[in-house]
Design a binder for this molecule. Structure first.
Ligand SMILES: C[S@@+](CC[C@H](N)C(=O)[O-])C[C@H]1O[C@@H](n2cnc3c(N)ncnc32)[C@H](O)[C@@H]1O
Length: 222
C-alpha cells in the first residue's frame, strides 16, 4: 500500500514515519510512504501557500492552487483516494480505517492555518476526515494517526506476535484487562482464572470482562 502525505511540515512527518513499526513496514516493502512539501508546488515566487479569506475574518487560508496541483502531480495516472484532514469531516473510527485499508493508494492532505479554500474539497478531495471533536493546530498529527491505524491492517505489517484481532473495537467491544509478571504486584493479584491454564475459562472470563468494560465505558458501541 502506498501513502502520499502532503504537508507544509515535511520533517515532522518524516521523523514520525521513520520509527518503529511504520519504519519496519517500509523496509520490508509492505507499505510505501512518500512525504511531499506543499511549497514545492506553489506558483508563488515567495513559496507562499496561504492567503487572506474573502469576506474577512481571522487568520489565513491555504490556497487552492498548490494543493490541487500537488494532488494532480502526485496522483499522475494512478487511482488514488484523496483524504483531507478536517475537523468538519467524517469522524475516524475502526470501521472507516478498515475501509481505507482496502485502498492501494492514499493521498492525505494536512491542512493548516484557519483551514483550506473550499474549492480544494470540490476539485480533488474524496473524503474529509476528522480524528475527533477537538481542534489541532494542523493536520500533521491527524495524517499520522490515519497512516498508523491503516498501515497496521495491511497484511504483513504486524509481526506474528503482534495482535490484529482481539483488539478494542473488534466486534464493537473494548479489550479485556491484561496482566504480565509478577502475579502479585504491591498486593494487587492477577485474577486466578488467568493462572489456571484452563483456556476455555480464560476465554469466557475475557469475553465477560470485555462486555462489562464496554457497558461501563462505551455503551454507545453496543
Ligand atoms: C486550526 S485547524 C482549522 C480549524 C477550522 N478553522 C475549523 O474551525 O474547523 C487547521 C487544520 O488542522 C487540521 N485539523 C484540526 N483539527 C482536526 C481534527 N480534529 N481532525 C483532523 N484534522 C484536524 C485540519 O487540517 C485543519 O485544516
Amino acid at each position: 500500500m502506498r501513502f502520499d502525505l502532503i504537508t507544509i511540515f515535511p520533517q515532522m512527518l518524516q521523523t514520525a514515519v521513520n520509527e518503529s513499526i511504520l519504519k519496519r513496514a517500509q523496509v520490508s516493502g509492505k507499505i510505501k510512504i512518500f512525504v511531499h512539501d506543499l511549497r514545492d508546488y506553489t506558483k508563488d515566487k515567495h513559496k507562499k501557500v496561504d492567503d487572506k479569506p474573502f469576506g474577512g475574518g481571522p487568520g489565513m487560508l491555504m490556497s487552492a492552487q498548490p494543493i490541487v496541483d500537488a494532488v494532480a502531480k502526485i496522483k499522475g495516472r494512478r487511482k488514488a483516494k484523496v483524504i483531507l484532514t478536517c475537523p468538519t469531516g467524517k469522524r475516524l473510527d475502526q470501521c472507516l480505517v478498515k475501509t481505507f485499508a482496502k485502498e492501494k493508494n492514499l493521498i492525505i492532505i494536512s491542512g493548516h492555518y484557519e483551514g483550506i479554500d473550499e474549492r480544494v474539497r470540490k476539485l480533488v478531495v474524496d473524503e474529509s476526515v476528522s480524528i475527533g471533536d477537538y481542534i489541532l493546530t494542523g493536520g500533521e498529527f491527524a495524517s499520522l494517526v490515519m497512516v498508523d491505524a491503516i498501515a497496521r491492517l495491511v497484511p504483513g505489517v504486524l509481526g506474528k506476535h503482534e495482535s490484529l484481532h482481539c483488539e478494542s473495537f473488534e466486534e464493537n467491544l473494548l479489550e479485556y484487562p491484561q496482566y504480565t509478571r509478577p502475579a502479585d504486584f504491591r498486593g494487587l493479584k492477577v485474577p486466578d482464572v488467568l493462572l489456571s491454564g484452563n483456556h476455555a475459562d480464560i476465554e469466557k472470563w475475557r469475553k465477560q470482562q470485555a462486555h462489562k468494560i464496554t457497558k461501563d465505558k462505551r455503551p454507545d458501541l453496543f
